[in-house]
Design a protein around this ligand. Structure first.
Ligand code: SAM
Length: 247
């Protein structure tokens, strides 16, 4: 397949995205560290801190982690909540979920994290099922972002919170130029060198460049019905955490 995603019709995008993540699943975690220099770990920690899962409540916090892939967010939530959270990872890709299940077993977290195959645009859950909906580096892969946000709203309980971690627009002079060069010139080369394949990493870079910047994305979240929407930039806007509440 061609990963020149620039002008892919919306109906074809998901198939191409699925192929990317089938191809990278086995190397996904190693590549994340290599390409972000470990930064993705700090960004993920920052999102889970915003969620601040309580360690003591009578009922465990029910969290849905969409596009949860190999489980990074789910494991952090469960560990931080000291077991007092139940996380469902929902991802469209069986290969990514397979890696996640294996990791959960190894960490002894299999009872605290479920892995379910499903599409963010059409979640296989009842309305008002979850206290929180998290999605990390997932939403830009979804062809119809408005549908995914509407689904997030539907499955959250009233009082529930959406947290979205995603690559965003760099707002620091000089850093923006360095970042652009790194993305378009270095990332595909690293992909080729380390993973033997540059195409998935060209997709990565293009999909980031196409994703709406902070304010515009916040507007989309509001349009889905969320209130008290705000965002926090991480590392000069390389990534951002958006938050919204279903009131
Ligand atoms: N959240 C994980 C993390 O931060 O490490 C994985 C992020 S990975 C970059 C993107 C994930 O989005 C992949 O696992 C992919 O299968 C998933 N994905 C893409 N389109 C999706 C969709 N429509 N519904 C659910 N998951 C989707």
């Amino acid at each position: 397949a061609s990963f020149g995603f620039r002008d892919v019709p919306i109906g074809e995008k998901q198939g191409l995205v699925d192929e990317v993540f089938h191809r990278v699943a086995a190397r996904y975690d190693v590549m994340n560290d290599a390409m972000s220099g470990g930064l993705h770990r700090l960004w993920k920690d920052a999102m889970v801190s915003r969620l601040a899962p309580p360690r003591t409540t009578r009922k465990p916090l029910r969290v849905l982690d969409v596009a949860g892939g190999t489980g990074d967010i789910a494991f952090r939530i469960v560990e931080r909540a000291d077991g007092n959270a139940k996380v469902t990872v929902c991802d469209i890709n069986a290969s990514m979920l397979g890696v996640g299940r294996e990791r959960a077993e190894k960490r002894g977290l299999a009872g605290k994290v479920d892995f379910i195959e499903g599409n963010a645009e059409e979640l296989p859950f009842e309305r008002s099922s979850f206290d929180a909906y998290t999605i990390a580096f997932g939403i830009r892969n979804v062809p119809r972002i408005d549908k995914a946000l509407a689904e997030a709203y539907r499955v959250l309980k009233p009082g529930g919170r959406l947290l979205c971690l995603e690559f965003s627009a760099v707002d620091v002079p000089v850093l923006d130029r360095i970042y652009e060069t790194y993305s378009f010139k270095v990332i595909p080369v690293l992909g080729k060198l380390i993973a033997g394949d540059d195409e998935p990493y060209r997709y990565l870079v293009e999909s980031i460049a196409k994703f709406p910047p902070q304010e515009r994305f916040a507007g989309m979240i509001r349009a889905a019905g969320f209130e008290r929407v705000d965002f926090t930039n991480l590392t000069g806007g390389i990534a951002a955490i958006h938050s919204g509440w279903k009131i």
